[in-house]
Design a protein around this ligand. Structure first.
Ligand code: BT5
Length: 246
């Protein structure tokens, strides 16, 4: 696989005070020919989306962004969401080095959700338009009730919260560093960095009805879990940290 290396993300940008979903806009822009790295951001979203039809609460104060990626590659991108999460974590680490990665796509701080990733792709003639969308709670001091969520401002209670712009630029830098490795060598090339910050590795996780130990990640990013009967792969869906239920 190769990447459009050296082409920084966010060279072409579009910002909205309010939008339905930055992912929808980036997908439409990609269809119209947006270049690799084209970035859509918004101060707030009225129809922010998570995975599987879930809602992403998107009030002012959060960072809502979607980047068009046009990797020159024919192989699978199944683990792109993991790579994006790792890139965001690396960007956030200067402020919140304790940020961890909960497979498949959550950024956690102190067991609470700080951010999430939603990658969507459109395939044509062996190439792909990928949109990597992410939401990070930045300046919010209160989050919608019912969510086990946190924000950069809540975590940095000493008032040193960076601006959304600073977080965005750091996130883009982190993404560039990780995606170059990922598009060239797949998940295996970034697995070591990913595992070092995994919130699930070595933990008991609930997968459907089962409680299992998360023991590793396969080359394609699938989670490997162990029970008495041996190990098996979890390729998609959600897992819950068992301690979340205590
Ligand atoms: C995600 O989905 O975590 C992916 C979120 C991606 C949002 C970005 S914002 C920019 C771009 N444009 C979009 O429309 N989307 C992307 P999922 O794993 O399905 O998690 C959704 C769940 O997270 C919800 O069901 C809530 O439980 C929780 N949640 C919703 N809003 C939250 C928030 N602001 N902070 C923390 N948790 C939240």
């Amino acid at each position: 696989m190769s990447l459009i290396i050296g082409c920084p993300l966010g060279q072409v940008r579009e910002h909205h005070a309010e939008i339905g979903s930055t992912n929808d806009r980036a997908l439409a822009w990609a269809r119209e020919g947006a270049p690799h790295g084209a970035l859509v951001t918004a101060d707030a979203q009225t129809a922010g989306r998570g995975r599987l039809g879930r809602v992403w609460a998107s009030p002012p104060g959060g960072l809502y962004a979607s980047v068009v990626l046009r990797p020159d590659a024919r192989a699978g991108f199944g683990a792109i969401g993991l790579a994006v999460g790792l890139g965001l974590r690396e960007g956030l680490a200067r402020w919140l080095p304790q940020t961890s990665l909960k497979w498949p796509n959550d950024l956690l701080c102190g067991g609470r959700k700080l951010g999430g990733v939603l990658c969507e792709a459109r395939w044509y003639a062996g190439a792909a338009d990928i949109v990597a969308g992410f939401g990070i709670n930045v300046e919010q001091r209160e989050l919608p009730p019912g969510l086990t969520a946190t924000s950069v401002a809540i975590e940095l209670s000493d008032g040193t919260c960076p601006s959304r712009q600073e977080v965005l630029e750091a996130a883009l830098q982190g993404l560039e560093g990780v995606l170059a490795g990922f598009f060239n060598g797949g998940f295996a090339a970034i697995r070591g960095r990913y595992q070092a910050h995994s919130a699930v590795l070595g933990q008991r996780v609930r997968v459907g009805e089962d409680t299992l130990e998360a023991v590793g990640f396969d080359d394609d990013g699938a989670l490997r879990v162990r029970s008495g009967a041996g190990t098996r792969r979890v390729e998609a869906g959600d897992v819950w940290l068992v301690d979340d239920f205590n």
